[in-house]
Design a protein around this ligand. Sequence first.
Ligand code: NQM
Length: 361
Amino acid sequence: MTVPDEARCMLMRGGTSKGAYFLAEDLPADAGARDDLLLRVMGSPDPRQIDGLGGAHPLTSKVAVVSASADPEADVDYLFLQVGVDRPEVSDRQNCGNLLAGVGPFAVERGLVAAGDGRTSVRIRMVNSGDLAVASFPTPGGRVDYSGTAEISGVPGTAAPVVIEFPQGSGPLLPTGHARDIVADTPVTCVDNGMPTVLIAAASLKVTGYESPKDLEEDLTLADRLREIRLEAGKLMGLGDVEGTTVPKLSLLAAPLDGGAVMTRTFIPVRCHTSIGVLGAASVAAGLRVEGGVGEGVARLPAQGDRLRIEHPSGFLDIEAGIAYDAEGVPVARRTAVVRTARKIFDGTVFARPAGAAQHL
Ligand code: NQM
């Protein structure tokens, strides 16, 4: 099989992440050939990703593959691929709500969806989870306008708002069936409102939850504890052996510092996020509302409404995420909504590192 060495590609910032966006038809149809090409495009495996597009961090080593959808409820299909930085791995095991912010604009740029005059809404099927999202963004004069006044923490400057709504998740909100489990001697709440996430009170791991991501990453005792919790929680959540996978994430909770509902430090799952993922935040927000969860006594929930402010290392993320209890008393997620921004950085042809070059590292 011949694997191409170049592909049509658009580099975009999506929320607080950055990734390479491709039309599915511009990549090899065979998943093995596609992944081989993507590793070489991003410059992986290499901790610096010096010979590719990747930015030497999981948040900047991401790929979106977009195509017209056969699903009558969706306009486009979006497959998210996490490309390993220092490991030769491409994973479709998780979703990414940050790159999702660029999918609608990309679909218009590539002519998959016709722009409305003023605003365009794109219905997106997230292939990784099967869930649907609707993104709407400004398209004055039938063209995507990335400029605007929306600000998101973790991104300098302002840009056009991309409003993203998730009508409802498909899986159970509490994958273990409990509001609280004891895992590796630690109380946790395992929740999935779009991203499997283990909530842990920072104090139960003997950290404050206000440390910098760098300080937390350098704490090797903490890293061992988190690994132990994650492996056990992964099994309880029905995810099997999660040793080499990027889910579940782990979110440490502490009391808010700046008027929000909670302060977070989120491990994705080894590096500590410099802010928080969108679906990660959706899961935290829903998990905080679960009666008997580990957020009780830590978080300060607003008295009314579904809107919550999740504080994180570089600011905050406001999200609307409500839950309801069904007839059996089981908590279920309701609509989730968030505002992100996105920006086209370049559009052109990406030339991949030649096959075999990484073996010399
Ligand atoms: O949770 C990082 C990110 C993400 C994922 C991660 C995300 C989300 O910030 O929806 O966006 O958790 O690996 O891009």
